[in-house]
Write a protein that binds this ligand. Structure first.
Ligand SMILES: [Zn+2]
Length: 326
């Protein structure tokens, strides 16, 4: 069945956590415009509560018109000590005046105890009331369930309870994050099936998304597995930039979803721009192109002499997984 898939790009926020990957505010604006032309559905511009450069970016973006992409500001659930309307982080998100806001919250009980140092119940409360506070002010409200897969493996009931709170708070999409990037593709189906079942029990039609990191080199595979299971939003970055070993690489996920899985997506209409957007991001970051990168690298459809060349000349399908012209 053909589903409409949303692509959520976080090159400008999660991507810039990568070592050596730096962009000026003006570069970020230029990249946003290219992502818009490519047909990316959501562009996450930064974390205004933690980063003055992000505030400047959102301020300047108020004067930039996008034809398709919705700009998203990113932040955390409120601090435990602050009521939502006094929380500087939540206030900074609203000041960005974006059509979309994404906040992350803790799904993994260990993080609630060790990082937030609060009770499990308190974390449930702040997920719900942070979202509920934002809800009337933003068109698209996305909840990033941080460490979701690890949390699920450690304490599934609690992890699912955090999603229930996000639904109560009014989230439109629940993005399941593999924040440490340790999850392998074969683990994904049972977890996502359980999430779908749980949401059905709740009677919720909330969208499910996935946000994989690439520490096990399975970011793309995990995203595609998610799509095959009915996930409707994929979060990733151009060329896979991101902290440590990077995020799920959208330049590989997009063609797979569009050409091979037959899903509908706005990017499907402009996919011929994928190559130039991939290069544009590298150029602005002053980083070399990876010639071996699937789909967009120079070597992706190169053939070096001998039997492959003559076979490809006779029939390209012999040694090419898709038509390079696409
Ligand atoms: Zn991330």
């Amino acid at each position: 069945m053909s589903q409409l898939i949303e692509f959520y790009d976080t090159t400008l926020r999660d991507g810039t956590q990568a070592e050596n990957f730096n962009l000026s505010v003006d570069d970020k604006i230029r990249i946003t415009q290219q992502l818009d032309k490519l047909g990316i559905d959501f562009v996450e511009g930064g974390w205004p509560g933690s980063n003055p450069q992000a505030v400047e970016y959102f301020e300047k973006m108020k004067g930039v018109e996008l034809k398709h992409a919705k700009l998203s500001a990113f932040g955390a659930t409120r601090h435990f000590q602050n009521p939502p309307d006094k929380d500087p982080n939540l206030k900074a998100l609203l000041a960005a005046k974006t059509p979309a806001v994404t906040i992350f919250g803790k799904s993994w009980d260990i993080h609630v105890h060790e990082a937030l140092r609060i009770e499990l119940e308190d974390n449930l409360q702040l997920i719900e009331d942070s979202l509920a506070f934002l809800r009337p002010h933003v068109k698209h409200l996305i909840y990033d369930a941080e460490h979701f897969f690890d949390g699920f493996k450690n304490n599934r009931e609690y992890c699912l309870a955090t999603l229930a709170q996000a639904v109560k708070g009014g989230a439109e999409t629940l993005a399941l994050c593999d924040t440490n990037g340790g999850t392998l593709p074969h683990e994904i189906p049972a977890i996502i099936e359980r999430v779908k079942e749980f949401l059905k029990e709740l009677g919720s039609a909330v969208k499910v998304g996935i946000h994989p990191h690439n520490d096990s080199e399975t970011g793309v595979a995990n995203a595609l597995m998610g799509v095959s299971l009915g996930v409707r939003q994929v979060q990733g970055t151009i060329n896979g930039y991101g902290e440590r070993c990077g995020n799920a690489n959208l330049t590989s996920i997009i063609p797979a979803v569009v050409f091979k899985m037959g899903m509908e997506a706005e990017v499907g209409k402009n996919i011929d721009k994928l190559y130039s957007v991939s290069r544009f991001v590298n150029e602005l970051a002053n980083l070399p192109h990876n010639r071996y990168q699937p789909y967009v690298g120079e070597s992706a459809f190169a053939h070096k002499g001998g039997i492959h060349v003559s076979a490809v000349q006779r029939n390209p399908r012999t040694y090419e997984h898709i038509e390079p012209e696409k």
